[in-house]
Ligand binder design. Sequence first.
Ligand code: GLP
Length: 311
Amino acid sequence: MRLIIRSDYDEVSEYIATYVKNRILEYNPTRERPFVLGLPTGSSPVGLYKCLVKFYRNNELSFKHVITFNMDEYVGLPRDHPESYHSFMWHHLFKHIDIAPDNVNILDGNAENLSEECVRFERKIKSVGGIELFIGGIGPDGHIAFNEPGSSLTSRTRVKTLAYDTILANSRFFDNDINKVPRMALTVGVGTVMEAREVAIIITGAHKAIALSKCIEEGVNHMWTVSAIQLHPKALIVCDEDATLELHVKTVKYFKSIEHVINNLIGAENVGLQGNVKKYPTPEATPEVTPEVTPEVTPICEAFYNLPFKR
Ligand SMILES: N[C@@H]1[C@@H](O)[C@H](O)[C@@H](COP(=O)(O)O)O[C@@H]1O
């Protein structure tokens, strides 16, 4: 797992957007071989979507051959309700870019048979070859999508009853009236997210600091469902300084040192292209530590352990 720390929300958004852009460009999608992207809602990805729209407008990125799958949707909220995740996604991203509406997949929380809708969604993901990159956010209780504490870490797309904490947290979108917040949602499972070939999670704000520490400093635990990404072969967390408040200083230094090493090897501008060894500047620079860094401290990282890092 990699942890990237940026000073604030805007820098986090810029980083993750550049990462997504580079991954799509590197993949070079075509109609026959589309790029399949998993997407979240909430306040965490708003800055990311703003940057992606900017890239599209600057002709730096096209979504013509991108297929998207959203993580979740409320049950029973009309599709055109301003707080439905359908509205959210069209408002913040889809209506501003060149994605084909048929390539957008969002669970239908008003389907007659909700369980069948979930099965259909999973089948659709499989039919397009699985998800290449799943972007996620988390709740302050460490839930990913709507996989509330105690959710099975092998869960698939299904109907979920929302935890009281989530209803409370999301009431800010419903005039701060918890009675207006839907009680149920359709959500991809932890297992669905884990099956993506790559997972990238956005975590910002001091209110998510405990969740971040549970996710990376403690064991895999169904009470903090995002911690399942410890088992993923290619996982990335992008967070701001505020979210690191509960981490050990040593943990923060460790992950910053890793990033420092990688940037020296491949150049910061190649963010998202890690793993592509031909991007390394010189054969001599071929890393002993591959960019898909594992948390073990290796000698090369130890050398950087005490470097002063700029904020
Ligand atoms: N179902 C969504 C999650 O997918 C999202 O990650 C979370 C965090 O939202 P925010 O980014 O606004 O903190 O909110 C909801 O619960």
